[in-house]
Design a protein around this ligand. Structure first.
Ligand SMILES: *[C@@H]1O[C@H](CO)[C@@H](O)[C@H](O)[C@H]1NC(C)=O
Ligand SMILES: *[C@@H]1O[C@H](CO)[C@@H](O)[C@H](O)[C@H]1NC(C)=O
Ligand SMILES: *[C@@H]1O[C@H](CO)[C@@H](O)[C@H](O)[C@H]1NC(C)=O
Length: 288
């Protein structure tokens, strides 16, 4: 009974929220202006910056960063072990992960095996556990693909080709920008192939593309229409005025900014700029 009445309560809240939320303040607002450089209650601070020197041999690349992060990493590993051991108290599962997993999975490709061995030796966390944390390879492939594109592709076309054609272990959206006119697209992927490549198109006056974690041909969840909010703000400005500053304005406008927004990253491929800011969305703000 308790469960059901709680559920009714939740449904009621959801129903009330539905009726009021989507296009009505305080959950939405007029497109923000002059929010950059970041400050005020929606800005929680910068993220730390680390340099990974890819000229070092793979085994050594992560030494500095991981030495600093080892204590935090060990806390995470221990709490994950506690959860597993609570379900299977014999400790057998973790023993298998520790000792057998590396062999079972075989080697990771490219530099990754050696990089993870380096991390394992610095932290004393067994290699199998590190592979397990990184998602037993499943989610990792997206990371592998992005990393190898960033590391080794030398043109927009080459990057687009690889992101469109490589096999993945999970569906993904890739948002890609080049440094020449017309170079920009959103690639919607399932595991085997690309489902859609949506590109900039001057003939159709399409000077921007927007991706908010829904397939382009599907409607967003009705409480989460960041797509049209972002488009509306972009429509209020012009291509000539686009800059890190005006993009930050769009990404600071509710509900594009919401309670699930962890950080905002701004990039300019031509100027080589890359800035990341931790975000907050104080009440009233939608998003669980
Ligand atoms: C990039 O290419 C180099 C040279 O072929 C190779 O050693 C390296 O593993 C590649 N990087 C990734 C992440 O695949
Ligand atoms: C774009 O990037 C390529 C490759 O780095 C470079 O050769 C070219 O000069 C760049 N073009 C512009 C307009 O920045
Ligand atoms: C933004 O402009 C485009 C192109 O004119 C138009 O198709 C779209 O409906 C507009 N969207 C919003 C939310 O204003």
């Amino acid at each position: 009974m308790l469960g059901r009445s709680l559920l009714n309560f939740v449904l009621l809240i959801v129903a009330v929220t539905c009726a009021t939320a989507q296009h009505v303040p305080p959950w939405t607002e007029d497109c923000r202006k002059s929010t950059y450089p970041p400050s005020g209650p929606t800005y929680r601070g910068p993220v730390p910056w680390y340099t990974i020197n890819l000229d070092l041999p793979p085994y050594k690349r992560w030494q500095e960063l991981i030495t600093e992060k080892a204590p935090a990493l060990k806390v995470i590993v221990n709490s994950m072990k506690d959860v597993v051991n609570a379900f299977v108290p014999s400790g057998k599962i973790m023993q298998i992960v520790d000792q057998k997993l590396p062999g079972l999975l075989g080697n990771f490709p490219g530099p990754y095996e050696e990089e993870m061995k380096g991390i394992s030796d610095i932290t004393g966390i067994p290699l199998g556990v590190i592979e397990w944390i990184l998602g037993k390879r499943d989610a990792m492939w997206i990371g592998f693909i992005s990393r190898s594109v960033l590391e080794n592709c030398t043109s927009y076309e080459e990057a687009k080709n690889i992101l469109t054609k490589s096999k993945l272990l999970a569906p993904a959206y890739f948002i890609l920008g080049g440094n020449k006119s017309g170079e920009g697209c959103v690639i919607t992927r399932d595991r085997r192939k690309s489902l859609d490549v949506y590109e900039l198109d001057s003939k159709q006056d399409r000077w921007y593309v927007v991706e908010t974690n829904y397939d382009r041909w599907k409607n967003p969840f009705f409480l989460d229409d960041r797509r049209n909010a972002a488009k509306m703000c972009l429509n209020h400005t012009t291509q000539e005025k686009i800059s890190l500053s005006t993009i930050y304005d769009v990404l600071s406008t509710k509900p594009v900014l919401n309670k699930l927004t962890v950080f905002t990253t701004l990039m300019d491929v031509t100027k080589g700029q890359f800035e990341t800011y931790l975000r907050d969305c104080p009440d009233p703000c939608i998003g669980w």
